[in-house]
Structure formats: C-alpha cells, structure tokens
Design a protein around this ligand. Structure first.
Ligand SMILES: *[C@@H]1O[C@H](CO)[C@@H](O)[C@H](O)[C@H]1NC(C)=O
Length: 228
C-alpha cells in the first residue's frame, strides 16, 4: 500500500516533535558562571548607577549563569513564552540584592537585570533548572568560590594597583583547581582592567568543571584592579 499524503504529514509531524524533544534535552554543553568587578563597571567612560537599595559591597557581583556551547557560541532567548516571575524568587531577594546587584542606569531595584538574565540565558537551561533553581544555583556557586578572598590571599587587592594577568589567573587556578576566563575592559583613561571572571560549570549546574573554551579576554599582560 502506498502511504497517503496524510500519513506522510503525520510522520513529518512526529519527526519534528522528536527534534524538539531532543534539542530541549541537550540544548547546551556547559554554563559560564560570570562575576563582575563593580569598580571596573563603574569607572568606564559611561558611568554606573547604584541600585535603589544602596551602594553594593566591595565584592564581585554575579553577572549571570550562561548556557554555552563547546564551540564558543551560545543559545539565547530560548522560550518566548516564558516570563520572569519576581514572586517565584521572593525568598532569595536579600541574597539577590547583595550578590547580584544591578549597576545599570537609571537606578533600579535589580528586577530588570534579573529578568533580562532569565529571559536571555535562563530560558536556555529551563529543561534542567526552573526559574527558582536557576537563581539559587548561581547564588550557591558564588558562595562556593569566594573570588575576592582568593585574590586577596594571593596579595591581589582592589587598590588601583597593576597586577599581572598571569598572577590573577594562577591564584584562581590554584585555589579552585580550574583555570578561569578573565575579561578586561578599559577605564576612562584607556587602562586595561579586571572586569569579569568566568568559571565553567557542568550542564546540570552542580559542579565546577574545566572550561572547554574561553571567552575573548581583551586584557593587557598587566591589568588594573580598581578600588570600589
Ligand atoms: C600557585 O601555586 C604554585 C605551586 O604551588 C605556586 O608556586 C604559586 O606561587 C601559586 N601562585 C599564586 C598566584 O598563588
């Protein structure tokens, strides 16, 4: 018997469903856990705004937990049907305000920053972490690796001094067992400075792993660690 057109259409629909299911269950390879130094966000040519809850601590703040592929590319905005529900993370709000502060202008309470992170990145790992788990996972990862303490123990302080990129990288590798990705930006006078530190996390969000690919670093060999 020859397959009818409608059978063919049904098979096509089945195959499409299968592809959607497969892509949803293995939609990325690992996470970048990215923390930013507020002093380096705030002394660029365009300035920053402290959150309405006040000046953040002189500490690294979470930028995001970003699903990534081993080839260096990344998925984004994976679920147009998803929205950010602030009430789903109301129990985490104190930790969010201290560990994941917004520095964008105009001043705000952080909701816009967290919503952006969830919609752009978090929705790409929805198959493993729902909204609450996503934010809680990032907060717990920050607690697990205290970057400022690690650097300070190696004599690297946010004192506007210059430090070798290698010494910063080595201090973090020594303390965590994993080589970090380090991204620089430039201050208003054009000096290369320590902006963001990337650590890699397995695609269930449960443990740090060796990075398979590093972000573009844009650092000089000696970089400034601005005070904040
Ligand atoms: C990292 O560890 C090595 C080997 O123990 C040591 O020689 C080096 O000074 C350490 N580097 C930093 C920056 O702490």
């Amino acid at each position: 018997m020859k397959p009818t057109l409608s059978t063919l259409v049904q098979i096509q629909i089945l195959v499409l469903h299968l592809l959607v299911v497969l892509s949803a269950s293995q939609d990325f390879d690992f996470f970048y856990f990215v923390q930013q130094w507020p002093g380096s966000f705030c002394d660029r040519r365009q300035s920053c705004c402290y959150p309405t809850t006040g000046k953040p601590a002189s500490d690294f703040g979470i930028h995001g937990l970003w699903p990534n592929y081993d080839d260096g590319s990344y998925p984004s905005n994976c679920d147009s049907g998803s929205s950010f529900d602030a009430s789903a993370i109301s129990d985490l709000i104190d930790r969010m305000q201290s560990d994941w502060p917004t520095l964008a202008c105009p001043s705000s309470d952080g909701t816009k920053f967290w919503s952006h992170e969830w919609l752009k990145h978090g929705t790409c790992s929805e198959s493993v972490l729902d909204e609450h788990s996503y934010f809680e996972t990032a907060l717990n990862l920050k607690k697990e690796v205290d970057l400022l303490q690690i650097l300070q123990k190696a004599g690297i302080q946010p004192d506007d001094g210059l430090y070798s990129l290698d010494s910063i990288s080595e201090a973090i590798s020594n303390a965590t067992g994993y080589a970090p990705g380090i991204e620089c930006n430039v201050d208003a006078s054009g000096n290369s400075q320590l902006y963001q530190i990337y650590l890699c996390v397995d695609n269930s969000g449960s443990k740090f792993i060796e990075c398979s690919v590093f972000p573009n670093s844009q650092c000089d060999s000696k970089i400034e660690f601005p005070s904040f």
